[in-house]
Every structure is written in C-alpha cells, then in structure tokens.
Write a protein that binds this ligand. Structure first.
Ligand code: SF4
Length: 481
C-alpha cells in the first residue's frame, strides 16, 4: 500500500487485512478516507487512486452508540471503514466476499460478544447481514457454532485448567505446513533429550497447578506429530501425565496421533493404557496422488489400517482432518476424500481450507479468484453432507491468509464435541503449555496473558532453565489474576 490517509477514525491494521485481499504489495495504491459520526449516523467516504484513476464509495449507516460498550462501538466503526473501502475496491476487482467485512478470525466469538451486549439472535443476524455483509449461509454457520460453543463453555469448572503438550517432530515436512515442527530425519537425534526435559517440565507444571489450587480438566498432546515418539518414549511421558493429572475431574485426554505412518498398535496401546480417550488420525486427502504431492510419506491403505487398529484398541472418539483446496485437487477428488472418510464413521471430522502462502503476485489472478469461489462452493457442499450424516459444526476459525479468508470447521456427532478445541478458540479457560512450540494462555477476567515455549527442539533443550522460569511466570500470573 503506497499511502493510507484516514481522517476522523483510524484502523490501519484492519484496513491492511482488506487491502491485502484486493491488492498486491508492489502495486501503487493511494487510499483517502473521511469518517464522521453525527446524528446517530456513520458516514465513511473513501477514495482509491489506482492506475491514475479514482474510485469512490460514500457509505452511510445508522447507529445509535448510546448504551453500547466501547468495544462494540469500535467494531462497528471499523466495519464501516473496511466496508466503505471494500466497496470502492470492488469497482476495481472482484473478490470472494462471503464473510463480508468481518475482519476477526473467530466469527462465533463475535456472535457471543454481541449477545453479551444484550442483542437477540435476530438482532445479531441483522448486524451480520447489514453491518458486516456476511452471507446468510455463513451467518447461520456462525450462529450454530456459537450455540454449540456456548453449551461447551458453560461446562468449564471453577479453578480448572487445560494442559497442552507440544511434540515438535514430524516424519517429513508437508508442503503446506505452517505449524511448529522439525523434520525427524534432521532433528530425530534430539528426541531422547527432549523427552527427558519434558518430564521435568511436567513435574514443574504439577507443582505449579498444586500451588495455585487448580485442577486439570483437559489434556491435549499435539505437535508436530506426537506419535513420532517411540512406544517407550510415549510410555514415559503419558505415565507421568496420568500419574499427576488424570482424575475423575479430567474430561478429555486427547492425542493428535496425526499421520498414519507413525501409528502402530503398540503406541495406541500405550495411549489407551494411560487414559487417552480421544485421538486424531489425519488423512488430509484420500487420494494417493495428492498425498505424494504434498509430501506425506503414507499411503491411503495406511489410513485405513491406522483407523481399524484404533477401533480394535478401543478408541471410540476419533477425529479425522481433511484439507479442501490441496494442490491440483478437483472438486471430485475432494468429494472422494470426504466420502471415504465418512465411510470410516469417525466421530469428528475437521475440514481445513488450505491456507495460501503470502504470495502477492499470485493472489489476484483469475485462477485465484476461481479457486476461492470453488473453495466456497466446496465448503457449502461439505456443510450439507455433514448435516446429512448427522455431524454438527461446533468450532470454527478463519484462515487469515487464505483467499476470501475462508473457514476451518470442526464437525462432531452428538455428544462428541471437544471442549478443548472450543477453549482454544474462545479463550475462557487457562491453558498451560509444555513441550515445544506451545503457548500458555492465562485467562485473567477479560484479559489474556500469553507465555511462549521455544519452538525449536534444540532451543527447548539448551534453554530449559528459561522454560522452568516461564512456569514461575505463569504461576505468578494465575495467582495475581
Ligand atoms: S504433519 Fe502437520 S505439523 Fe507435521 S509437517 Fe505435516 S502439517 Fe506440519
């Protein structure tokens, strides 16, 4: 963006998000915006100068700010600015706009916050439609997710915390990976030492939890790929977690087994032995050609094998992850993956929209537009198929970098929704992270404090004293919160 001038109200961060949907970094664009609020009416006049031409939008919106919180007023003002800008920019380029000018990545949280302001469901729908210009379909999705989240959040126990354990190793690196993970072929030599340190961190966390008088409601082991640990390494870590934190108050104990090539019966037996009651087996695609293309070192048959072994061992809540929009996948290929996964009858299915890497030169091509439209159609199709099969959407977040900022949605059969996934989204329960790449979130009323663990396994090992100090920091935050 060459120049952004905002008079009357300024929201450069949100303007940047929408700018990035329309323009590339190297384009010469000047945006001038005048904002006013008079007689209960917002007026935002936008001028965009691009390629020696000017494009205008004059936007009016009636809004009575009396008795509204500062937070809501800010949201409405920002929406007015981004909407005025987007309408002017639409005169230059068309983009997928199914989420309208909603800039946050958690639409269901918006629903909840509006309801906390006293708005009824119908009024929230009205704001989604008329202020943010969210499509009816996405509005209903957000409303359904918010309803399910509300139910799960109401079950959070007083003084409860969740634990996250990050195992930052993977067998190979997937081409689209945006997570914290080290390729085992390079970093595998650090795994033993990583596990030794992790056991010490678990002990320190146990002391912390006892000292602040909390108890553990959910444990989530993620990564990376936790099942890259050997059965012996898993046994040591899970034994300790079980000994310290598994009680009759523990609701969920989840291990993201992840990639089928790392799952063995021996490892699944270990998980079962120590009380794990949910696992995730993530095919991402059921098409062999795609698996190869995205750098996964497993076959489709290995997905079936891992799934049936998990059932034999006794896991009755299994999540599967799929990705829509993988390289060169046609709608038929994605539908094939979805149908094959449905046949497996997992209790949860999570569908991600592939997050495109920031590639400004690539973003605004016809191809890209077509892809975002295709993705949107695909997400509607998935939603319908999930409904037919008895799955309900219960958590959702939008991908910041994806075209159209499309959503990732977790679907679940009745009674199998994961409270931990919702806690992560809604930030209503303190989460204490251990291991590589985790971030602890200490909920202090309406404030959240974050404390980050190191991402790189070697740094985690070398700077382990700092990891222990971070636990003291978390203890201080919880005690003062
Ligand atoms: S399995 Fe997940 S964490 Fe590991 S490389 Fe692939 S996307 Fe990244």
């Amino acid at each position: 963006m060459t120049e952004l001038i905002q008079n009357g109200y300024s929201c450069p961060r949100e303007m940047r998000l929408f700018y990035d949907l329309f323009f590339s970094e190297d384009e010469d664009v000047c945006i001038i915006q005048n904002f006013s609020y008079e007689n209960k009416t917002i007026n935002v006049y936008t001028q965009i100068i691009f390629n020696s031409r000017s494009y205008f939008e004059d936007y009016y919106f009636e809004f009575d700010r009396d008795n509204k919180s500062e937070k809501l007023i800010k949201k409405i003002f920002i929406a007015a600015c981004t909407r005025s800008f987007s309408h002017a920019a639409m005169k230059i380029r068309k983009i997928n706009f199914s989420w309208g000018v909603m800039s946050g990545i958690r639409p269901a949280k918006n629903v909840r916050e509006l309801m906390e302001e006293g708005y009824s469901s119908d009024e929230v729908r009205d704001i989604f439609k008329n202020v943010y210009e969210v499509s009816d379909e996405k509005t209903e999705l957000a409303m359904t997710v918010a309803g399910n989240e509300r139910e799960l959040l109401s079950r959070i126990g007083k003084n409860s915390v969740s634990l996250y354990v990050g195992i930052p190793f993977c067998p190979t690196r997937c081409v689209y990976c945006s997570f914290v993970s080290a390729d085992m072929r390079i970093s595998g030599k650090y795994m033993d030492e990583f596990c030794e340190k992790l056991l010490l961190e678990i002990e320190k966390t146990k002391e912390l939890i006892d000292e602040v008088g909390a108890y553990v409601e959910n444990i989530y082991i993620g990564g990376g790929t936790p099942t890259t640990l050997s059965a012996e390494q898993s046994d040591m870590i899970l034994k300790k977690l079980n000994e310290y934190f598994v009680s009759d108050k523990l609701v969920e104990f989840t291990v993201e087994a992840g990639r089928p090539d790392t799952i063995t019966r021996e490892k699944l037996d270990v998980l079962k032995k120590y009380g794990v009651n949910r696992i995730s087996i993530n095919p991402q695609s059921m098409n062999a050609v795609t698996l190869k293309k995205i750098g996964r070192s497993h076959t489709v048959d290995m997905i079936y094998d891992a799934f049936s072994t998990a059932r034999e061992v006794g896991f009755d809540i299994i999540n599967t992850d799929l990705i829509a929009g993988l390289p060169d996948e046609t709608p038929e290929m994605f539908k094939n993956s979805l149908e094959r996964v449905i046949e497996l009858k997992p209790e949860n299915i999570t569908v991600h929209s592939l997050c495109l890497k920031r590639a400004a030169s690539f973003r605004h091509t016809e191809n890209e537009l077509a892809k975002s439209e295709y993705m949107n159609e695909m997400l509607s199709y998935i939603r319908k198929r999930m409904k037919d099969e008895g799955y309900d959407p219960y958590y959702m977040y939008r991908q910041k970098n994806s075209s159209g900022n499309l959503e990732n949605v977790g679907y679940a059969k009745p009674g199998t929704m994961s409270a931990y996934n919702v806690n992560i989204m809604e930030e209503k329960q303190t989460i204490i992270a251990m291991g590589g790449g985790g971030s602890s979130k200490v909920v202090m009323g309406s404030r959240i404090e974050r404390v980050f663990n190191f991402k790189d396994p070697l740094e985690y090992i070398r700077r382990f004293d700092d990891i222990l100090k971070k636990k003291d920091e978390i203890k201080g935050l919880i005690m003062n919160g």
